[in-house]
Design a binder for this molecule. Structure first.
Ligand code: CTP
Length: 410
């Protein structure tokens, strides 16, 4: 690869990242140590897309250790992590940055972690996933304040395309298939024809199934922290990923239930529900996705219990009855059920809303009314909640009247 420097609005870039001072210091130190240092990947891509920059990734051509130490000193920070892959994380007041030694990578086998050795910036860009992530901006050295874009990343950004750098990209690293789906949905981009071709090659080699469960799980978690995970899942389905992993097709309802859940729950819970809903605790699949046998069995028990109760839940007329029937179940099982039982979706949505409802009166208020803490107070609080859920009381005054009636009954 021959590198060609392109003119670039460097000042605007460093201000845009929100790290202008940090990057200026990083450039000065690189000059002092006579090292070529680059900002690479995400920040460059996000600058062109005018999207907020999340992380700073720097690449150093040559010896990074000394540079990492000098930079962390200058930023009054510390090096928090070092890895055998010549990687450093510098944490400083107000932020952190990742620093790696420019490297080349060789994949000993499909889906295995690569063998890494120091290399040049062009080799470092060549080891990356997509053209839009393979651009660099020089902070120092021969390409100071210039853009390096050897694979046409800028053109692909403008055309809205996710393009691999070579045909073996997904065979080398099948996690990139998940990344392609994330970027396609996040930026509303299409997959370039080369990317579709590389996918075809990955399928013929069954590359996804060579990944460890931990890596698949990690990628699914990343999917779930995207803004629209349900769309990424559907994209993965259209690319054949779910099928290649041996997962059944997501029911059409999945999209809706994921949307509901997404507002309410953390990515982890969502992931579990999703995985379980797709696998329905089939032992082999659960294992492949990194679930313990205990988790799968627990799920299965809960799942069966909920299936048994389902007719009662669907037939229950009062919100408080439905609330009581559902309160004992974990969120993953509820999501899983919503994804396969069409009518249950509305019930789940209602349940999540009901969970937020609280009576106006608290235990403290009841104490003031002379009711001591204990079973009687618990019962009254429960009755207040159910009456609220069913819309029988709405104001504090109505609740007080209800407490009066309940006390007379006792
Ligand atoms: N990368 C890669 N192949 C992977 C993972 C990462 O080539 N399987 C490269 C990409 O060039 C990417 C960079 O490593 O730009 C950093 O990875 P990451 O932090 O995961 O991605 P970002 O580009 O920062 O994007 P995101 O906004 O998703 O964090």
């Amino acid at each position: 690869i021959t590198l060609e420097a392109k003119t670039f609005p460097f000042k605007r870039f460093i201000v845009f990242t929100g790290w202008a001072e940090t990057l200026s210091r990083a450039a000065e130190i690189a000059e002092e140590l006579k090292l070529a240092v680059y900002v690479v990947g995400g920040p460059v891509r996000d600058f062109f897309l005018e999207k907020p920059v999340k992380d700073l990734d720097l690449v150093v051509e040559g010896e990074a250790e000394e540079y990492a130490r000098a930079l962390s000193r200058a930023l009054s920070g510390e090096i928090k992590a070092r890895s055998p892959f010549l990687t450093y994380k510098i944490v400083f007041p107000g932020g952190e940055l990742d620093l790696v030694t420019a490297r080349k990578e060789v994949y000993p086998r499909p889906a295995a972690l690569p063998k890494v050795s120091p290399g040049s910036i062009s080799e470092d860009l060549y080891r990356r996933d997509f053209t839009i992530n393979a651009m660099a901006v020089g902070l120092s050295g021969p390409f100071k304040e210039k853009l390096l874009d050897p694979f046409g990343g800028l053109f692909d950004l403008e055309s809205g395309l996710i393009r691999v750098l070579h045909m073996n990209s997904f065979v080398d690293d099948p996690t990139r298939i998940f990344r392609a789906a994330r970027y396609a949905v996040r930026f509303e981009f299409d997959l370039a024809k080369e990317t579709i071709g590389a996918l075809g090659r990955a399928w013929t080699q069954d590359a996804l199934n060579l990944l460890t469960s931990a890596r698949i799980r990690g990628e699914l978690l990343r999917v779930l922290s995207e803004r629209a995970p349900e769309r990424v899942i559907l994209c993965l389905e259209s690319l054949g990923v779910l099928q290649a992993l041996g997962l059944p097709e997501p029911p059409a309802f999945l999209e809706k239930s994921l949307k509901i859940m997404n507002e309410k729950t953390s990515a982890k819970v969502l992931l579990k529900g999703l995985i379980l809903s797709l696998t329905r605790a089939e032992a082999a699949l659960s294992q492949k996705l990194g679930l313990s046998e205990k988790e799968a069995l627990e799920f299965q028990g809960e799942w069966l219990k909920l299936q048994e109760l389902l007719p009662n839940i669907l037939a229950a007329t009062k919100p408080s009855q439905r609330f009581r029937l559902l309160s004992g179940f974990s969120l993953p099982v509820l999501i899983a059920t919503a994804s396969v039982e069409k009518d249950f979706g509305e019930r789940l949505k209602e349940f999540l809303a009901l969970k937020e409802v609280k009576p106006h009166l608290t235990g403290e208020d009841l104490k003031v009314l002379g009711i001591p803490p204990g079973p009687q107070m618990r019962k009254i609080l429960q009755n207040l909640l159910y009456a609220r859920l069913d819309g029988k009381v709405s104001s504090r005054e109505e609740e007080l009247a209800l407490v009066g009636r309940l006390l007379k009954k006792c």
